[in-house]
Design a protein around this ligand. Sequence first.
Ligand code: A3P
Length: 293
Amino acid sequence: LEMSSVDLSGLCDRVLAIYVPEGHILRLEENNNFEIRSDDIWVITYPKCGTTWTQEIVWLVCNNADTETANTVELDTRFPFFEYPFTNQKRVIRKMPSPRLIKTHLALPVLPHQIREKKPKIIYTMRNPKDTCVSMYHFVKLLTPINYKGNFEEFTKEFFMGVTVGHGSFWDHHRDYWRLKNEMNILILKYEDLITDLAKEVKRIAAFLEKELTEEQVQTIVEHCTFKTMKDNSASNQSHIQNMGLMRAGMGNFMRKGKIGDWKNYFTPELNDMVDQLNKKYLEPEGLTFDYE
Ligand code: A3P
């Protein structure tokens, strides 16, 4: 009540966490106690690192490359978003038959507690920090609930301090999951590797999930999951967000560019230096490096 006298206008420009709390903070208790099944398959990412792409590939790997269903049934229905901020998807996930496919952006410390003991399979997709930042900048400009007004330089500084994304720091998120890379139930993917050799990564995913795919099925998945095909597929291009009025018209699409190296069109030498320093501090000592072009 005291807060109601405080002028909060403009705060949304700075603290995007406001966009996420319903799923991420207020439902923390429900997240913590969520019942996990050992045959669940979780796709976990920091936002804008290739979540949607990974989900589509994993769904096809688990469903015999059934592109007909992938072209007609919404990806969010086939592969629900655990902490979706607009409707309570946990109710839906509880009723799903096994094996359940679940997407989350939750940082490691706030995953449901049972994940540690039930050890479901986890696929974590990483992306280089510079392209992730550019992708996120466009996304927050696009989303009407966020309505970000800052310029790229302001955004980048806030982003790398972990202020602007409800899922915490890029560095902590990546480092925490990377440290689990030798666990049997975790497969780490990199966005850049998906771009470079998708067929190879589809085979790695299939091997990890213990699914046998023919060469033809691998090829079908690769063709279905190219940027262009997914951009044109209304079941997986997130156009429903647009249809819900959550994206500003004329500001672009969720499926934006799909490339490595777009950061070069945005980063000043000063920003580049800042990210290189942070990278040296947080990820390089962990042995985690990325491709940037
Ligand atoms: P860009 O904004 O750089 O284009 P997420 O699903 O985690 O929100 O990630 C979104 C990013 O993944 C966007 O990056 C989007 O274009 C990209 N993306 C989605 N599908 C892709 C695909 N099939 N191939 C390459 N990039 C893809």
